[in-house]
Design a protein around this ligand. Structure first.
Ligand code: PXP
Length: 246
C-alpha cells in the first residue's frame, strides 16, 4: 500500500504570515522542501489541493512542485473550469476530483458523482486526454461507485472521514462500509485509494479493508513533523502502514 503525503498544511503555515507578501524572500515554510523531505521519508507521491479560495496552496506551488518534485504529483481540485484549466497547464501525474465549498474547513463529504455525472464525466475525459490519470473522492457508497465506473476514471479515493470520526460503537460499521465499497470498486476494475482523517492511531484498522492501493494522508503527518521533523513523520507513517496484507 503506497503513501501519498498531502502537504497542504505546510502552505497553510506559510500563508498565515505571508499571504499578503508572496514575493518575500522570508516566506516560509516551503512546500517544495517538504515534498523533498517527504520523498526522503519514503513517500510514494505528493498531494496538493489548490482550492478555489487559494487558502493554502497557490498556483505557483503547483507549477514548482510539478516541475521539480522527485515524486509523482497528485493534484486535488474541484470540478470547475478554472481548475481544469490549471490542471491542464500544471500537468500532474494524477488529479483527484473533490467537492469544494468555500465555507468548509476541509473537504467534507465525497463528490456527488451520481448527481453530477455529466459534469464529472466531461472533466475526467478532458484530463485523460492530457494523459492525466483521474481519481474521484467519494463516500464509500455503492451508488457513487457505480456512477464512478461510468465516468471511466481510473481510481476512486474512498472518504475515510466518517471512519476516522466514528466512536468505538460504530467504527466497525464504518469499516464494513469501506470493505464493501472497496470490493465493489475493485471488482469494477477501479483502483481503490483512501484518505481523510487517517492518523498514526487509526491506520491499522484499515488493514481490514482489502484492495487498498494508496492512502493519502496530510494533517497528522504535518502535525507529527513539528515534533520529529518531516522526514521522520513520513517514515513513521510508512512503518505504521507496513502491516497491510499484500
Ligand atoms: N484526501 C482528500 C481528497 C482530501 O481532501 C484530504 C484533505 O485535504 C486528504 C485526503 C487528507 O486528509 P487529512 O489531512 O485529514 O489526512
Amino acid at each position: 500500500m503506497l503513501l501519498g503525503v498531502n502537504i497542504d498544511h505546510v502552505a497553510t503555515l506559510r500563508e498565515a504570515r505571508y499571504s499578503l507578501l508572496p514575493e518575500s524572500s522570508n516566506a516560509e515554510p516551503s512546500p517544495m522542501e517538504a515534498a523533498i523531505d517527504a520523498k526522503e521519508g519514503g513517500a510514494d507521491s505528493i498531494t496538493i489541493h489548490v482550492r478555489g479560495d487559494r487558502r493554502h496552496m497557490q498556483d505557483r506551488d503547483a507549477f514548482e512542485i510539478a516541475a521539480n518534485c522527485p515524486l509523482p504529483l497528485n493534484l486535488e481540485m474541484g470540478v470547475t473550469d478554472e481548475m481544469l484549466e490549471l490542471a491542464l497547464k500544471v500537468k500532474p501525474e494524477f488529479v483527484c476530483l473533490v467537492p469544494e465549498t468555500r465555507e468548509e474547513v476541509t473537504t467534507e463529504g465525497g463528490l456527488d458523482v451520481r448527481g453530477r455525472l455529466d459534469e464529472v464525466l466531461a472533466c475526467v475525459k478532458a484530463l485523460q486526454e492530457a494523459s492525466i490519470k483521474v481519481s474521484l473522492f467519494i463516500d464509500p457508497d455503492l451508488p457513487q461507485i457505480e456512477a464512478s465506473a461510468k465516468t471511466g476514471a481510473e481510481m476512486v479515493e474512498l472518504h475515510t472521514g466518517c471512519f476516522a470520526n466514528a466512536g468505538d460503537d460504530v467504527v466497525g460499521l464504518e469499516v464494513s462500509r469501506l470493505i464493501e465499497a472497496s470490493k465493489t470498486a475493485h471488482a469494477a476494475g477501479i483502483q481503490v485509494n483512501a484518505g481523510h482523517g487517517i492518523n498514526y492511531a487509526n491506520v491499522a484498522r484499515l488493514f481490514e479493508v482489502p484492495h487498498l492501493a494508496e492512502l493519502n494522508i496530510g494533517h497528522t503527518i504535518v502535525s507529527r513533523a513539528m515534533r520529529v521533523g518531516f522526514r521522520n513523520a513520513v517514515s513513521e507513517m510508512k512503518e505504521a502502514m507496513s502491516g497491510y496484507p499484500d
